[in-house]
Design a binder for this molecule. Structure first.
Ligand SMILES: *Cc1c(COP(=O)(O)O)cnc(C)c1O
Length: 402
């Protein structure tokens, strides 16, 4: 692949090869056209760029550091492992990067209300935070299963002033929350904006969210070069639910052929449909939530029930750009199980003093698996979030691993 990948993808209609696009009900065509137009015009303006720069530095606490995980690396006697610390971003995950930017765009467009879905609650908390910062209303749709599992994040959203709408149909997790949020948006697309939580949904969201996450890859590339003698890591790895944190860090390295990029999917409890959410590994071409991508489907063609120990990863679709990067072979995708994820969660906590989000622990597990086979090389992981939200769930169900 020759350089400038990001400039060439997507095309002007939001296609990454055969994936992406925008399949919208007629009443949303106009609002989405407006968002596209506003994004192209406003996001490139000096005003917008300067405001975003200010917010990232003085509100979010960027740049987040890179940490060399020396103890973990030594214990594996293989590749050196580095962590991009998105867990240190305000609210504890990478999601605030795109939420602050989406809310800033909403304010420039004169919108009054942000609507979104949330899985683990991280996107809901990030968006509620952005809404509070900008003085916007916020409505978050969340499956009842996740509400129970991620109680502290529900409390946070309410304290931040958001309205949390429980979703009680279907599997009562992320997929249904998306459906419910879309229904609400359909009723009021003029004063509201749907702030999608990953690089998914109809164009322009996969591109917008990708662009807003690029800061992670840009920082990581410069920091890695500063910290080590080599310019580039040999491997860059990130977990993939919808795929935003992965696209964030990949963007710093995508034009460099010598850097191997790894997307890590949740294998959950096993390979049977319903037991995992490894969409790229096991999915097939299809349409979900207004875009074409790889999708996990039932026999009847509907999105299948999915499972992951990490609520933020249990989605039966995946960002269209990941489906494309898989197809052209630029990114290698593999999956790790709930059990491997838990082992990595405990290991990173004990050896490095960093409790990772269960989502991020998937990427750590992949690095642990591959490190012994790559002595002398380096692996840079996007540690997408902190594990505070998961500690009770892990300790109650699996103990302290002593
Ligand atoms: C939401 C979330 C993810 C998954 O989302 P992507 O869009 O795939 O990045 C990963 N890690 C954390 C900590 C999250 O909160």
């Amino acid at each position: 692949m020759s350089g400038h990948y990001l400039k060439k993808h997507p095309d002007k209609n939001g296609w990454y090869g055969e994936y992406g696009g925008a399949f919208l009900p007629p009443q949303l065509e106009q609002p989405f056209a407006e968002i596209s137009e506003a994004y192209d015009r406003i996001s490139l303006s000096a005003d917008f760029q300067n405001e975003l720069k200010y917010i990232r530095k003085h509100f979010q606490g960027r740049p987040t550091p890179i940490h060399y995980a020396r103890n973990l690396s030594d214990s594996l006697a293989g590749a050196r492992i580095y962590l991009k610390r998105e867990d240190l971003n305000h609210t504890g995950a990478h999601k605030l990067n795109h939420c602050m930017a989406e809310a800033l765009l909403a304010r420039h467009m004169g919108k009054q209300r942000l609507i979104a879905e949330t899985g683990a609650g991280q996107h809901g908390v990030a968006l509620a935070t952005a809404a509070a910062y900008f003085g916007l209303e916020c409505e978050i749709h969340m499956g009842e299963v996740d509400i129970e599992k991620e109680h502290p994040n529900v409390v946070r959203m309410k304290l931040l002033g958001a309205k949390v709408v429980p979703v009680s149909f279907g599997g009562r997790t992320l997929k249904e929350a998306v459906d419910s949020a879309f229904q609400s948006y359909l009723k009021d697309p003029v004063t509201s904006i749907y702030a999608i939580g990953s690089v998914v949904g109809p164009h322009p969201f996969p591109k917008m969210v990708r662009d807003f996450q690029r800061i992670v890859g840009e920082e990581a590339r410069a920091q890695f070069a500063e910290m080590t003698a080599s310019d580039l890591p040999d491997h860059v790895a990130a977990c993939v639910g919808g795929g935003s944190n992965a696209m964030g860090i990949f963007q710093g390295f995508i034009d460099e052929e010598e850097v191997t990029l790894h997307g890590v999917e949740p294998l959950g409890r096993g390979t049977k449909l319903g037991e995992h959410s490894a969409t790229i590994t096991y999915g097939s071409d299809g349409e979900i939530h207004g875009f074409r991508s790889l999708v996990l489907t039932n026999e009847d063609g509907q999105p299948a029930p999915v499972h992951s120990i990490a609520s933020g990863l249990d989605y039966p679709g995946v960002g269209p750009e990941h489906a494309y990067l898989h197809k052209i072979g630029r990114v290698l995708y593999s999956a790790v199980s709930d059990q491997q994820t838990l082992d990595a969660f405990y290991k990173l906590s004990r050896l490095e003093g960093i409790i990772p989000a269960l989502e991020s622990a998937h990427a750590v597990a992949h690095a642990i698996r591959m490190a012994p086979e790559h002595p002398g090389e380096s692996i840079l992981i996007n540690l997408s979030g902190r594990g505070d939200k998961d500690i009770d769930y892990v300790a109650d169900n699996y103990g302290y691993n002593v």
